[in-house]
Design a protein around this ligand. Structure first.
Ligand SMILES: NC(=O)c1ccc[n+]([C@@H]2O[C@H](COP(=O)([O-])OP(=O)(O)OC[C@H]3O[C@@H](n4cnc5c(N)ncnc54)[C@H](OP(=O)(O)O)[C@@H]3O)[C@@H](O)[C@H]2O)c1
Length: 292
C-alpha cells in the first residue's frame, strides 16, 4: 500500500486526481482527521493494520507568516510528525517521500541552487521544514526521499494564483513584489512526477536506493512574483494593472528568500523527467478553470 497523508491539502488533492492513472499503486488517502501525523500511536496503529510500502507525506504546517506566532505548532507538524512517519517507515521497511521548501535557502545567490548547497533558513516555517528533513533522514537514512519544491499552486487551494485571480477581479490594480525570484510549481506536475518515480521503482525500472536523498523539483523557467502575476492576468484575460513593488514596501512577519531558483538537473537526469516550463503549466491550470 502507498499511504498519502495530508490528502486534503493542495498537493494531496492533486495526488487524488491522478491516482486513477497509476492503477498498479494501491493508494490510500488519509486526511488530517483520519491520520494526525503528530499522533505517534495512531501512526503505529495504522502501520500495524495495513501493509504500508510507501508513504507520500503531504501533511505540513504551511502558514509561513502565522508560523512566526505559532512556532510550537509548526515544529510539532513539520518536525515531530515527520519524524514519527519516518520512524514507522524504518520499522516496517517502507519508503518515505517528503516535501520540503526552497525557503531553506536564503543567500544572495544568482545561480539556481543545487541540492548540496549551503542552507540558511530564515523564519520558523523554513527552519522547521529543514529540521523535519534532517529528522527524517536521521531516523531512516536509507529510505527517505526529500523533494524541495517552490511556489506551489493548483486549481484548488490557498495559493498565489487563486489570490491573484480574486484580487484581479475585485480590484483592477494590484501591487506585487518584483525582487523575489524563484520558479512556480504546478502541483499536478509534481504529483505526476512522484507517482511516476514510485510506479517505475515498483516495476523495478529504477532501483529503490536511487530515490534516497534530497532532490529539487519546480517547473522550468524563472520569474519574480510580479512576472508571475502579469502572466496570470495575461493568460486569464483579466484586465488588471500590476504595479511592481519591492519587498521592503510589503513587510511580512516571515522573511522570504530574495532568490530561490532550484537546479533540477539531478532529478531530471536520474528519472528521465521532462519538466514543463512554468508558463505552459500555468496556462494548463488556467485553461482547466476556464473550461469548467
Ligand atoms: N504551498 C507552497 O507554496 C509550498 C512551497 C514549497 C514547499 N511546499 C511543501 O509542499 C507540501 C505540500 O504543501 P501544500 O501546499 O499542499 O500544503 P497545504 O495545502 O497547506 O496542505 C497541508 C495539509 O496538511 C494537513 N495537515 C496539517 N497538519 C496535519 C497533521 N498534524 N496531520 C495530518 N495532516 C496535517 C492539512 O490538513 P487540514 O487541511 O485538515 O489542516 C492540509 O491538508 C508541504 O510539505 C509544504 O511545506 C509547499
Amino acid at each position: 500500500m502507498l499511504l498519502i497523508t495530508g490528502a486534503n491539502g493542495q498537493l494531496g488533492r492533486c495526488f487524488q486526481h491522478l491516482a486513477a492513472q497509476f492503477p498498479a499503486l494501491d493508494v490510500h488517502f488519509a486526511t488530517s482527521s483520519e491520520l494526525d501525523i503528530t499522533d505517534k500511536r495512531s501512526i503505529k496503529r495504522f502501520f500495524q493494520q495495513y501493509p504500508v510500502k510507501w508513504v507520500i507525506n503531504c501533511a505540513a504546517y504551511t502558514a509561513v507568516d502565522k508560523a512566526e506566532s505559532e512556532p510550537d505548532q509548526a515544529q510539532k507538524v513539520n518536525v515531530l510528525g515527520v519524524k514519527y512517519l519516518a520512524e514507522a517507515c524504518a520499522e516496517h521497511g517502507a519508503k518515505l517521500v517528503h516535501f520540503s521548501t526552497d525557503y531553506v535557502y536564503h543567500n544572495r545567490h544568482n545561480l539556481p541552487f543545487k541540492e548540496d548547497e549551503q542552507v540558511s533558513p530564515k523564519g520558523v516555517y523554513a527552519r522547521t521544514k529543514l529540521a523535519g528533513e534532517r529528522a527524517a533522514m536521521h531516523v531512516h537514512p536509507g529510505g527517505v526521499m526529500i523533494i524541495r519544491t517552490s511556489w506551489v499552486y493548483a486549481r484548488e487551494g490557498h495559493n498565489f494564483v487563486n489570490t491573484m485571480l480574486r484580487l484581479g477581479r475585485e480590484r483592477g490594480q494590484v501591487r506585487v513584489v518584483c525582487d523575489q525570484i524563484g520558479s512556480p510549481t504546478y502541483a499536478p506536475d509534481l504529483a505526476a512526477a512522484v507517482f511516476s518515480i514510485i510506479d517505475r521503482t515498483e516495476k523495478q525500472e529504477i532501483p529503490k536506493e536511487n530515490t534516497v536523498g534530497i532532490w529539487h523539483y519546480s517547473n522550468e523557467g524563472v520569474a519574480s512574483w510580479y512576472d508571475f502575476a502579469c502572466a496570470i492576468f495575461e493568460i486569464s484575460g483579466i484586465a488588471c494593472k500590476v504595479e511592481p513593488i519591492e519587498t521592503i514596501d510589503f513587510p511580512t512577519p516571515a522573511q522570504r528568500p530574495p532568490f530561490s531558483v532550484l537546479n533540477k538537473s539531478k532529478i531530471k537526469a536520474a528519472f528521465g523527467l521532462a519538466i514543463p516550463h512554468w508558463r505552459e503549466s500555468l496556462a494548463a491550470c488556467l485553461g482547466e478553470r476556464i473550461g469548467s
